[in-house]
Ligand binder design. Structure first.
Ligand code: ZN
Length: 645
């Protein structure tokens, strides 16, 4: 048996860090997004997502509105609703979801087709532009939502709808005569089909996923062929128009670098890892590792953001990680968590959980405001808001292309799945979060309670609740960011190095009621440097404490943040501030600020600036832009002691 996540219903998250955030998802994010998709949210971009379904279902008259993938917002919202229902029953919300599912059923075409853009109009153009039109992507999201809804409510109406859609796709695509030999321009259905296979055990869904993954990037290139069929030259409407934008430049097993649109890439790699997990295909696993290494060793921001450039929301080249112009779409960091989580089930190795955690606490949580009503699509690591660039430093209530907000909702509401997994008689703890998990080992029901103020504090306390004595293994991740840890089992310290394998400490024993494990992960403030080839960060460091990357903001430090230099031997103090940003540890460090005087009417002068001593104040990056708008900086200039050999 391989490692697998536990059902969401078995996991409760309950901590001062997560409880308010999950409550926000349920009480604010889900209702607000519903309003947004019904176009009832003030000052927000029009969505049309619900209306499109009403028109497709014949309940209303009108035109299709929005991007071809508009339906996916509603699907992701339904998926998030499902996860919320797993955590806590809510009959009103469930009834609303049932009504939406009825609406989707009414909108579905006779043959199972399920994309409102081509149900409302241009029916004869279905499947004629896989490259740009996102039809398979939309159906993928419907599948994911339906699987989640089945798992949380036990109701299968939605599942039957998406099975009809998937069966239609199975009939249309493949290598048989009369079938289209294409694959999606935006990957997503690959991983969704694996989920559908897992709940139905119908092999045809796994085979369809395999077909899409195997077919991708073969010559002659399908996107170019279909463009020519449409009478176009093969140039794309979006993106660079080159096959690598869609990860279709090579067969996936020959791809060694992450190319093109970052969210697409992350979803593809996730689908590849899913397929490899089910089939054991070694060549695919090998490709996943290659791509993984390229992303996390050369193309990932310290925040877990990926996709360096606005141009095509895409990867660029190794070590190209600009800060102010970073794209780092929220969805891409979420996609990296999907990929990391799947790799982790294939191979229990802390490097995957470390990246998952890095993205979660930094580049993902930065995507949502503390009030749960505003979102970042783009997550730069430096902001200098002036005039027309000011919007980049302010979260928006909704987006015309609103992929990120519901993606955040579905990830955070299913976070429990990422915290634990089980493999026979071993329970793995990947992410530390207060709450509890129930699992069964050799017929014995066990509850593990976890008490912690992680990521703000250094201690995690575990308590076993079980009847009688049960032999099993607890596998506890030692975070990669941690240089000093210790573990006590029933007050007795254990020798971590003796039980360590790929960053997990395996504690095998007969456990009984009330057994207690205390973990301590030292969280000093660390100065982090980037690889010398990341030219933008030359002479700069980032501050990190535990898994949390910090930044400095204008509201705390004044304007012109690039005038600030951290002292070579900076002394840091961490002070808990319960009144700031929902309660955060604030870092105070010693530094210098360049004097700006005597610069009238000059752009350049003889080097003569002086500096004065200051205290630098840093807050968690994910929480920036929740107060007055202003500058922000992650990578700070550093007055290093240069030492020779
Ligand atoms: Zn997005």
């Amino acid at each position: 048996m391989k490692a697998q996540s536990l059902p969401l219903k078995n996991i409760q998250l309950n901590s001062n860090f997560w409880s308010p955030r999950l409550k926000l998802i349920h009480d604010v994010v889900i209702p607000c997004q519903w309003e947004a998709m019904n176009d009832r949210l003030e000052d927000a971009a029009k969505s049309g997502a619900v209306q499109n379904f009403k028109i497709a279902a014949g309940r209303e008259q009108g035109e299709f509105y929005g991007c071809p993938f508009q339906d996916s917002d509603l699907a992701k919202w339904l998926e998030a609703v499902s996860y919320c229902l797993s955590a806590k029953p809510d009959s009103k919300l469930e009834q609303l979801a049932d009504e939406v599912i009825d609406l989707i059923a009414d909108a579905q075409a006779e043959n199972g087709y399920l994309v409102t853009r081509y149900i409302i109009k241009d029916q004869d153009q279905r499947w004629t532009n896989l490259r740009d039109e996102h039809e398979l992507y939309v159906i993928g999201h419907q599948i994911e939502a339906a699987v989640a809804y089945l798992e949380s409510t036990g109701k299968d109406k939605f599942l039957k709808i998406v099975q009809r859609a998937a069966d239609h796709v199975t009939a249309v695509f493949g290598r048989q005569p009369g079938q289209l030999r294409g694959y999606p321009g935006h990957e997503e259905i690959e991983l969704a089909l694996v989920k559908l296979f897992r709940v139905t055990r119908e092999k045809r869904y796994l085979e369809l996923s395999q077909y899409f993954i195997d077919e991708r990037g073969r010559e002659p290139n399908y996107f170019i062929k279909e463009a020519i069929r449409r009478g176009e030259s093969g140039k794309a409407k979006w993106g660079s128009g080159l096959p690598d934008y869609y990860q279709a430049h090579l067969p996936v097993r020959e791809q060694t670098t992450a190319e093109g649109h970052a969210v697409r890439a992350m979803y593809l790699f996730s689908g590849m890892a899913d397929l490899a997990y089910e089939t054991g295909d070694q060549s695919l696993i090998h490709a996943c590792y290659q791509l993984w290494r390229n992303v996390v060793q050369r193309r990932m921001y310290i925040t877990g953001g990926v996709g360096s450039t606005h141009h095509g929301e895409a990867f660029t080249f190794d070590y190209d990680l600009p800060n102010e112009t970073a794209y780092a779409e929220t969805c891409a960091a979420i996609g990296l968590i999907f990929f990391a989580h799947r790799m982790l089930q294939l191979d229990i190795d802390h490097q995957f959980a470390d990246v998952m955690e890095r993205a979660l606490y930094n580049g993902v949580l930065s995507g949502i405001s503390l009030d749960g009503k505003h979102y970042f699509y783009v997550n730069p690591l430096a902001a200098f808001p002036r005039d027309k660039y000011s919007n980049a430093a302010r979260r928006q209530p909704w987006y015309g292309c609103a992929c990120c907000p519901p993606n955040l909702a579905r990830l955070l509401s299913s976070l429990g799945k990422y915290c634990y997994s089980q493999q026979e008689d071993t329970l793995y703890l990947h992410l530390y979060a207060g709450g509890s998990v129930q699992f069964i080992i050799n017929g014995s029901k066990i509850t593990l309670e976890q008490r912690t103020e992680y990521p703000w504090q250094e201690k995690v306390n575990l308590r076993i609740n079980t009847k009688g004595r049960v032999k099993f293994t607890l596998a506890l991740r030692i975070p990669g960011w941690c240089r000093q840890s210790n573990i006590k089992v029933n007050q007795t310290e254990i020798a971590i190095s003796k039980f360590l394998n790929k960053g997990y400490v395996y504690i095998s024993r007969e456990w009984s009621q009330g057994d207690n494990v205390e973990l301590f992960f030292a969280m000093p403030v660390e100065k982090i440097e980037a690889h010398p080839s990341v030219r933008m960060n030359a002479g700069r460091v980032a501050l990190q404490r535990g898994p949390v990357v910090y930044c400095i903001e204008q509201v705390d430090n004044g304007a012109d943040l690039n005038d600030i230099i951290l002292s070579a031997k900076a002394e840091f103090k961490v002070k808990w501030n319960p009144d700031l940003l929902g309660g955060v540890p604030v870092i105070f460090g010693t530094g210098w600020r360049r004097d700006r005087s005597r610069w009238e009417n000059q752009l350049y002068r003889f080097d003569s600036s002086s500096h004065k001593k200051i205290t630098v104040r840093a807050i968690p990056y994910a929480l920036w832009a929740n107060r007055d708008q202003g500058e922000m900086l992650v990578w700070l200039r550093d007055e290093r002691n240069i030492s020779g050999n």
